[in-house]
Design a protein around this ligand. Structure first.
Ligand SMILES: [Zn+2]
Ligand SMILES: [Zn+2]
Length: 347
C-alpha cells in the first residue's frame, strides 16, 4: 500500500510499505480522511518523547471496513463506514475497568507509539471501531476524534446547565469545547484567542472572543462575571500566561481543566488554590464512553455545521509533508484534512 511515512524527524516520504496484518480481534480499515493534529506536528519535529521514525502518523480518521479478524465481536461487514478511538489500552488495569482507559499506563496511541492513518490502510482493535450514521460526510467524520476530546474535557469539568465557562485558546479543540459547553447549556462563554483568523471563525459561530494582545483578558473575565470569575475555565493554550490566567479567572470554588499540552512545567500559586478552593483537573484524550457519545453528537445538524467550518485545507495523501507544514505555519488554518482515497473525497 501507499503511505506517507515520517522517515526521519522533519522528513515525510510518500512510498510503498507493507499492508498491516491483523490479529483475530482487529480489523483492517481503508482510510478515507485524516485530520492533521498539533500532535502530528510535534511528532514530525521530534518534540514528542515517545514517537520515533520510521512512523506513519495520524490518529483522527474515518474509513471503511476492508477486512475483519476472526473474533469480529461487533459483526462488521466489508464496506461499513467507521471511525476509530485511536489507541490500545490493556483493558484489565484498575483505570481501564473504571472507564478511564485513556490514562491506562500501557496506553499506545496511533501515529505516536504505533502506525497511524496517513496511509491507504490502518489496523485497529475491533472494539474501538464505531459505525457512522448514514449520510455523515467522511471529512466531518475524521473530526469526531477531536470532538471526543472536547466532550471529554467538558464532562471532566462537571459543567452544569446555566453555569459560565471560559476557554483560554481558541484553536480547533478550544472552539469545540466552547461548542460542546454551549450545547450543554452554558449561560455565558468567553474565548481568549490571539490569531485573527481563528477569532473571526469563533465570532462567525457566535462566540464572544477577547484578544490578550488588544485588551486585559482578566479584567474582561471579571467584568463579565460581576467580579466573581467563571464557574469553569479550560486552559487549552498550553502556555505559561494561560496557566496564570486560569487561576485568576476562575471563581471561588470553581474548576480549572488543563487540556492543552503544556509547553513547559509551570509553577502554580498554591496559596490561591488553597484559599479559593480551586479544583484543578487534568483531561487527556478521551475515555471510551466519551468517544462513543461524540459519534452520536457529530450527527447533530449544529455540530455538523461546526465540524464543516473547521476544515480550512485539504491535501491528497501524497502531499502530507505540505499538509503538516500548513498546519504548523499557516496563520489562517483551523483543520487540515488529508484524503487517502485518490478518487472521491466522500466514499
Ligand atoms: Zn488529535
Ligand atoms: Zn489499562
Amino acid at each position: 500500500m501507499k503511505a506517507s511515512v515520517l522517515t526521519d524527524f522533519g522528513k515525510i516520504e510518500y512510498k510503498d510499505v507493507a499492508e498491516p496484518v491483523i490479529d483475530d480481534d482487529e480489523v483492517l480499515i481503508r482510510v478515507a480522511c485524516s485530520g492533521v493534529c498539533g500532535t502530528d506536528v510535534h511528532v514530525s519535529q521530534g518534540h514528542h518523547p515517545a514517537a520515533k521514525p520510521p512512523l506513519i502518523m495520524g490518529h483522527e480518521f474515518s474509513g471503511t471496513i476492508a477486512k475483519t479478524g476472526n473474533t469480529n465481536e461487533k459483526g462488521f461487514a466489508e464496506g461499513e463506514r467507521v471511525v476509530v478511538q485511536p489507541f490500545y489500552s490493556c483493558g484489565i488495569c484498575e483505570l481501564c475497568i473504571n472507564g478511564r482507559d485513556n490514562v491506562c499506563p500501557s496506553l499506545r496511541i496511533f501515529g505516536v507509539h504505533l502506525d497511524g492513518s496517513f496511509a491507504e490502510y490502518v489496523k485497529a482493535p475491533g472494539l474501538r471501531v464505531h459505525r457512522l450514521s448514514d449520510g455523515m460526510d467522511m471529512k466531518q467524520a475524521a473530526l469526531i476524534e477531536p470532538l471526543a476530546v472536547a466532550l471529554h474535557d467538558v464532562r471532566m469539568s462537571g459543567l452544569q446547565v446555566g453555569q459560565t465557562a471560559m476557554v483560554i485558546g481558541g484553536g480547533p479543540i478550544g472552539l469545540l469545547i466552547a461548542e460542546v459547553a454551549r450545547m450543554n447549556g452554558a449561560s455565558d462563554i468567553l474565548v481568549s484567542e490571539i490569531n485573527p483568523f481563528r477569532k473571526a471563525l469563533l465570532a462567525e459561530l457566535g462566540f464572544d472572543v477577547v484578544d490578550p494582545k488588544e485588551s486585559d483578558v482578566l479584567q474582561e473575565a471579571l467584568r463579565r462575571t460581576n467580579g466573581a470569575g467563571f464557574d469553569r475555565v479550560f486552559e487549552v493554550s498550553g502556555s505559561k500566561p494561560g496557566s496564570e490566567l486560569m487561576l485568576h479567572s476562575v471563581k471561588i470554588g470553581g474548576t480549572v481543566v488543563v487540556v492543552g499540552i503544556p509547553a513547559g512545567k509551570y509553577p502554580l500559586d498554591t496559596d490561591l488554590i488553597f484559599k479559593r478552593e480551586i479544583r484543578i483537573q487534568g483531561a487527556r484524550i478521551h475515555a471510551q464512553i466519551n468517544f462513543q457519545d461524540a459519534v452520536k453528537m457529530a450527527a447533530q445538524p449544529q455540530m455538523l455545521t461546526v465540524l464543516g467550518k473547521l476544515v480550512t485545507h485539504e491535501y491528497p495523501l501524497s502531499e502530507l509533508a505540505a499538509a503538516v507544514e500548513t498546519a504548523r505555519s499557516s496563520s489562517e488554518v483551523a483543520k487540515v484534512i488529508v484524503h487517502s482515497l485518490s478518487g472521491s473525497s466522500n466514499e
